[in-house]
Design a protein around this ligand. Structure first.
Ligand code: URA
Length: 255
């Protein structure tokens, strides 16, 4: 593979930034400065360095997007902007959203080209837990806890798996929901069945992978494979809920 392609595939540099870096003599292959962008390298044989840092071969790309409202989780849509428009073109050509959030929902969406991982997290049998924080039209009622725990009916014959729900401390209009499945508009339909309405929804975590405090709505970050494995780990809710409350007080409370 060409050196400039190896760099753009495996780092945050675009192809043109990679070419620029090579021209400036900032790139080494096996300790030797290479100034030709078309120099041939092999994914696993050459040690490539950029500005003194090793660029390792990455088989797959993983992007943690903090989705803003107004974007659809799709690779193309005739009517609305897609989440791929929120990331640089050199990345958006490769990845697809692993799972969906509604157009008006915000929060964690994983974009990847790893079909195997995507299948693992989406397959209903895996029951990867997802945690949402929602703003309700009317105050939270304590009955919701048992209703959600017993498997709420969505009114069309569809019955949900048992789910957890509880109110946000000192704020009756906000609630936290944990689901282990992903039916269409599920959280909204669950609250509708309970006689309430979701006005705003934010997904904070999937498995043990959560939105970092620094990642504002609309921003994204690249993850390494080892970070993404957190998706398949059981959530550490002591830690996640603490972080969620910090996130809530800095980004969500004014929604
Ligand atoms: N449930 C919903 O109703 N909407 C989402 O975007 C995600 C879960």
């Amino acid at each position: 593979m060409r050196l400039d392609k190896f760099i753009s595939d495996n780092s945050i540099l675009s192809r043109s930034q990679a070419r620029e870096a090579i021209k400036k003599g900032l790139v080494k292959s096996d300790g030797v400065v290479i100034k030709k962008a078309d120099f041939q390298v092999s994914n696993d044989k050459n040690k490539i360095e950029y500005d003194g840092n090793i660029i390792s071969y990455r088989k797959n790309r993983y992007i943690l997007l903090n989705k803003p409202a107004g974007y659809v989780c799709s690779t193309n849509d005739p009517d609305s902007p897609t989440v791929l428009e929120l990331i640089p073109p050199e990345l958006s050509k490769k990845v697809f959203p692993a799972g969906r959030l509604d157009k008006d929902s915000e929060g964690l969406v994983l974009l990847t080209d790893d079909g195997e991982l995507s299948h693992k997290i989406l397959t209903p049998e895996k029951h990867v837990p997802k945690l949402y924080i929602v703003k309700l039209a009317e105050c939270f009622k304590i009955q919701y806890i048992d209703l959600f725990a017993s498997g709420i009916s969505l009114g069309n014959g569809e019955v949900c798996m048992p789910a957890k729900v509880f109110p946000v401390e000192n704020n009756d209009l906000w609630a936290i929901v944990e689901l282990k499945e992903g039916k269409y508009h599920q959280v909204k339909r669950m609250f509708a069945s309970a006689g309430n309405q979701v006005e705003y929804l934010f997904r904070f975590c999937m498995g043990n992978l959560q939105i970092p405090e620094k990642l504002a709505i609309g921003d994204f970050m690249e993850l390494m494979h080892k970070d993404v494995e957190k998706l398949l780990e059981p959530p550490d809710y002591n830690c996640i809920l603490q972080n969620l409350y910090v996130y809530f007080s800095s980004y969500l409370i004014n929604k």
